[in-house]
Design a protein around this ligand. Structure first.
Ligand code: ZN
Length: 491
């Protein structure tokens, strides 16, 4: 059933699916269902669900519908996973179908990413695998056999057609599985290696002739229209960070910044008591900031949106990557249950939130994922991706940018400095550049909301952000011999 655009199902049906009676209600609002070797417990109104010793945060809390309790549909794979073992359950977010397989799969995800000069194919496992390379690409295809590798039923052959790779085909051959990557009619060169945590086999594919490479680069530079998904979703989502190709230039200076006004269109973001919407405030401040940067710093500013439209989160950093931006700033307005909360916060990306407030912010800002029809799988993928992100050199630059912005906001407005924080914000994932998210003052505080209504206040906020950017730019460019290690960043 769909309630306010979200898929739910009744708790009774969920319990039936795992062969349990639905009368496990402890109190009126608390429910416990024994499963396999653990117990699932949930509370109406709380998004935190306990599965054994693990706590899972749902996008929406379980709620009452008449006399029944209904739960978000994303609880289905979690519950089945607890009952049958996580590796035996596959969840298809598009059809909302769970598949329980006889034997545990050991290869759970196949994904690929198109970069300006190469394509990366990643096969993620639940444990390490031995593999042999049967064909290295010179003949136009790469063939890798994964020993003792059982493919998840969700892994299917894929069309890529990104200018370099045509298709990726997978095959289960008894206890081994085989992955074949076909080039687009020309020979490939490949680098194949294993990575850990999570365990995965990575195949990087390059063209053997340079001409093809530069034409692909030109293709990649074409500006996507905000609000439109360019190519297939998987093709545009940057899953793992890579260094911008011109970053090792000796006269590396900051030329391009991406300003990302959060939310937009059907996603209004936080809403204040008198109805001010986050999406409108951040767009206005973002446009002012664009003008200020162009006028005073002479930099190129790319906006992820300039009007009230919905832009999927993953498209936002993609826009930045395509323009080879030097840094990325996502603008948001804060919200808190306590209406007195004041102050600014700046964030950089991390796998785990730095504190409870950071966690709440990440949950709130990641909800656009659900508006976009992306659910639990994407969130699980997010954890994986973040693991890679935290090891890159962008973390240091990002935290410095976050600090510089926060210092200037604090100086201009003399409000409580809530500190630089970090959290798993989906919108920052995949940015191949320093990237931060700014939570401007709390819209849930009526005084602050009123200030946002004033044009002069919004302009002051833009000016403070400008000052933070200018200071960061100066320091960044002064740093001599800053050459990142692309190898560590890529792996
Ligand atoms: Zn927001």
């Amino acid at each position: 059933m769909v309630i306010q655009g979200e898929e739910y199902l009744s708790l009774a049906n969920l319990a039936k699916a795992v062969g349990r009676p639905a009368n496990q209600v402890v109190t009126r609002e608390r429910v416990r269902i024994p499963l396999g070797r653990s117990v699932l417990s949930l509370t109406v109104g709380s998004p935190e669900v306990r599965v054994g010793t693990r706590v899972v945060s749902l996008s929406k809390p379980p709620r009452r519908l008449g006399r029944a309790i209904v739960v978000p549909i994303e609880l289905v794979p979690i519950t089945l996973g607890a009952q049958y073992g996580e590796t035996r359950v596959s969840w298809d977010q598009e059809t909302l179908t769970a598949t329980i397989v006889e034997r545990d799969h050991t290869l759970r995800v196949l994904r690929f990413h198109t970069y300006p000069d190469h394509t990366r194919v990643v096969l993620e496992g639940t444990r390490p695998h031995d593999f042999i390379v049967l064909d290295d690409g010179a003949s136009g295809r790469v063939v890798v056999e994964v020993k003792q590798g059982i493919l998840s039923p969700l892994i299917r052959s894929r069309h890529v057609s990104d200018g370099l790779v045509r298709t990726i085909e997978t095959q289960q051959l008894g206890n081994a599985s085989q992955i074949t990557i076909y080039g687009m009619g020309r020979s490939l060169s490949s680098t194949i290696f294993a990575l850990q945590r999570p365990d995965r086999i990575v195949v990087d594919l390059f063209s053997r002739d340079r001409q093809a490479r530069s034409s692909r680069q030109a293709e990649a530079a074409i500006q996507p229209t905000p609000g439109q998904t360019v190519g297939s979703k998987a093709a545009v989502r940057s899953d793992e960070p890579i260094a911008p190709s011109d970053v090792s230039s000796p006269e590396h200076i900051i030329k391009t910044v991406v300003i990302d006004p959060g939310h937009g269109g059907r996603d209004s973001g936080a809403i204040g008591q008198s109805g001010a919407k986050e999406k409108d405030i951040v767009l206005d401040i973002g446009l002012r900031l664009q003008e200020l940067i162009e006028e005073t710093l002479g930099m190129r500013v790319i906006m992820t949106r300039t009007e009230d439209i919905f832009v999927p989160l993953e498209d936002r950093t993609m826009i930045a990557n395509r323009h080879k931006a030097d840094f990325f700033i996502s603008l948001h307005v804060n919200a808190a249950p306590q209406s007195r909360a004041v102050g600014f916060e700046t964030y950089f990306l991390s796998r785990e939130p730095s504190d409870r407030g950071a966690k709440a912010s990440a949950i709130r800002e990641n909800t656009a994922l659900h508006l976009d029809g992306v659910g639990r799988d994407a969130q699980r993928g997010l954890k994986t991706i973040l693991w890679d992100m935290t090891h890159t050199f962008y973390v240091k630059e990002s935290s410095e940018l976050a600090e510089s912005l926060l210092n200037e906001l604090g100086r201009h407005f003399k409000v409580e400095n809530r500190g630089v924080k970090s959290a798993p914000f989906y919108v920052l994932v995949g940015a191949a550049m320093p990237s931060v998210l700014v939570e401007l003052a709390f819209i849930t505080n009526p005084d602050e909301e009123q200030k946002f209504e004033q044009e002069s206040y919004r302009h002051q906020v833009a000016q403070a952000l400008l000052a933070g950017i200018a200071k960061f730019k100066t320091r960044y460019e002064k740093r001599v011999g800053w050459v990142p290690a692309p190898s560590s960043a890529m792996r």
